[in-house]
Design a protein around this ligand. Structure first.
Ligand code: URA
Length: 239
């Protein structure tokens, strides 16, 4: 691969910016200044602007998405989840599924298309667990409805879902619930809860398959997945 493409792929700037940087002498290949953007890179060590740059093909980040950012790769007006990962190397990262702008919580960011596809496929039965505060009182009858596959106005009812009542406050007329889904239809949590007369006022995704938010994480925090976590995800989804 050409040196300029190598650096561009690794997020060091646009193709013309890195070409300019290389010509100015910012790149070292195996310790020697290299001013030719077309130099072919194989196993050599590349240093750019004083930093060793290793070539990464696949990247995986666990992000605690804050409310107020959109789950898109780019947006003309809004801040996106990719803007929250300044360390990223690859330019082809995308969020695995969408969380609404006002939803917080776990979001996997990667450029591993087959893994993303598996994690989102209802056939693979990867659990997505949400915490929600809702208006109204959630009852054991609702739990049964969800277990049986709730009709929430779509062509097909929801797959069986586990609804857990964490708290009900009859005085305020509000509840807190945990909901485990195996699919990810458009605004699914909000629409299912609205269908039983309990509109969501706060929503957070707690986990996706074996991935959970770390206790230290606050909205906006992120970290790369460990190799073990990637292997576990792939094992579970057989991707
Ligand atoms: N379900 C929703 O309604 N919103 C989300 O952001 C995620 C799941």
């Amino acid at each position: 691969m050409r040196l300029d493409k190598f650096l561009c792929d690794m997020g060091q700037g646009t193709r013309s910016q890195v070409k300019d940087g290389i010509r100015r002498g910012y790149a070292l290949v195996d310790g020697a200044v290299c001013r030719r953007p077309e130099t072919q890179i194989g196993e050599q060590q590349v240093v750019y602007k004083g930093q060793i740059i290793s070539y990464t093909v696949l990247e995986y980040y666990l992000l605690y998405k804050p409310a107020g950012v959109v789950s898109a790769t780019e947006d003309r007006r809004e801040r996106t989840v990719l803007d929250l990962i300044p360390d990223k190397k690859r330019k082809d990262l995308f969020p695995v599924g969408r969380l609404d702008k006002d939803t917080e919580g776990l979001l996997l960011i990667t450029n591993d298309g087959p893994l993303a596809h598996c994690l989102l496929s209802p056939k693979k039965h990867v659990d997505k667990v949400y915490f929600a505060r809702v208006e109204g009182l959630v009852t054991p009858a609702h739990v049964e409805l969800f277990q049986g596959g709730l009709d929430f106005g779509e062509e097909a009812p929801a797959l069986p879902a586990r609804l857990e009542i964490l708290k009900t406050d009859p005085r305020e007329g509000v509840s807190e619930i945990r909901l485990t889904l195996r699919e990810g239809r458009f605004h699914q949590v909000k629409r299912m809860m609205a269908a039983i007369g309990c509109p969501v006022t706060y929503l957070k995704r707690l986990s996706m398959g074996a991935l959970t938010l770390d206790a230290w994480m606050r909205p906006g925090d992120y970290r790369p997945l460990t190799q073990a976590e990637v292997q576990r995800l792939k094992g579970k989804t057989e991707c």
